[in-house]
Structure formats: C-alpha cells, structure tokens
Write a protein of this length. Structure first.
Length: 244
C-alpha cells in the first residue's frame, strides 16, 4: 500500500506521528509536506499532494493542517479529488464505503475522540459499497465538470417597482421548481437584485450535465410556460453557455 501525505505548519507533529505509524504497518509514505513550523500556505500543500496522487499508483492520501478545514476545502477544489474530513472512526469508514474518498484530512490542533490512527485504520479496512453511492458520486462529479447556462434579463422600463418585485418572485418560484425534475439539470438558481454595475435585473445560473440536457431543459413544458411570462415582462436578454 502506498500513501501520499502533505501538511502545513499547523500539523508538523501529527504528520511525523502518522508517517511513523503508517511505516510501522508496512505502508509506503511519500511525504510532500513541511517538516518544520515555518509558515507555509495550505492550498500549495494540497495542490502538490493532489497533483502527485493523480499521477497514479497511490491507494489514498492524507492532508493535514491546523484544523483540517483549509486543506479539505483546497483539495475538493481540484478536479478528480474527493477529500473527507472525518470526526471519528465511523465517519472515516463511511468516507470509504459511501464516498470512496481519495484523501483523509486531519487537524493537528484538534483533540479527537478517536485518534487519527484509528480513523485511518477504519478507512483502510472499509470497501466502497458502490450502487446508489456510485450514482451520488457521479452526480457530484458532474457538478464539477458540467455545462453552465447563464441568462440575464432586464425588466421592461414600463414596469413599476412593485410589478418588478412581483414578477421576480414568480420567475424565481417557477424556474427553481424545475430543480430535481429534469434529467441532467444539476442545479438552477435565480437571483436579484444584481450589483449596480450589472446590465440586468435578473440572473439565472444553471448547471447541467451537457448540451443535450440543456435542450431537454429548454423544451420542458414548465420551462416554456415560465419563458412566456419572462418575455412578457423583460427585455435585453443576454445568454452565455460554457463547459466548466
């Protein structure tokens, strides 16, 4: 078994302890973290370890900082990485069985009820359950690599402020009701008011799996009904589509 590990200055002691523990179990450890307490930036350490992990040949990785929060956030920003921040041995086991995590993340300044060593053992001893959990992981991955559809509208100048407020509420309710009802539509949000520097009054942001899902969304009867109302109260439509 082979593990890649990285840490910042907030977990030097824990890193050394875990390196020794894993080595005693016959696990090969590639240490990419800092070995002293001079300040370093945790995003750099996370990026370095994740890039190494993605080269292949590793069973999992471990990231360490003061609380584990910063490292977990940074790692989960990287495509292809799932980092779990377990609070006990049960959560560590679930990180493998349900989430098939690539990295475990711990805090060097956290007092755990179950030690990081116990959590690592629980993770190593578990197997990914697949099935419905694989489906949920795929949905999460699609949200990272999907297709983004953005539309901005301006209200017609003839509308009063009360009419604009009422119209926005109707648009938001009808469009956001499509969440969970259209295949390939991962998320849809409508917001307003927009910053004063903006050229519009309403912003729709939707993430879909691909362009085919966008076509299904745009031809859905409930979307067409909402679109008819939107056209009646807005003008100056601006649209942008791009892959994430």
């Amino acid at each position: 078994m082979k593990v890649v590990m990285a840490n910042d200055h907030g977990a030097v002691g824990l890193k050394k302890r875990l390196c020794a523990y894993l080595t005693s179990k016959g696990i090969s450890v590639v240490n990419l973290g800092t070995d002293d307490e001079s300040a370093v930036d945790y995003p750099d350490m996370a990026e370095k370890a994740c890039a190494e992990y993605l080269t292949g040949g590793y069973d999992f990785g471990i990231l360490l900082c003061g609380t584990g929060i910063g490292m977990s956030i940074a790692a989960n920003k990287i495509d292809g990485i799932r980092a779990a921040l377990p609070q006990n041995a049960f959560a560590a086991r679930m990180a493998k069985e349900h989430n098939n995590a690539d990295f475990l993340v711990f805090g060097g300044r956290i007092d755990y009820v179950d030690s990081p060593e116990m959590m690592i053992d629980a993770f190593i001893g578990a197997e990914f359950a697949g099935g419905r959990h694989l489906r949920r992981i795929e949905k999460t991955t699609n949200a990272e690599t999907g297709f983004k559809h953005i539309v901005m509208w301006s209200f017609k100048s003839s509308l009063t402020e009360d009419e604009k407020k009422s119209a926005f509420g109707k648009i938001k309710t009808e469009l956001e009701a499509l969440n969970g009802r259209i295949p390939g539509l991962l998320s849809l949000k409508v917001r307003s008011p927009l910053p004063a520097s903006s050229t519009g009054d309403i912003l729709l942001e939707s993430i879909l799996t691909d362009e085919n899902a966008l076509a299904i969304y745009q031809t859905h009867p409930d979307h067409l009904k909402a679109a008819d109302f939107i056209r009646s109260v807005t003008e100056n439509r601006v649209c942008a589509d791009f892959f994430l």
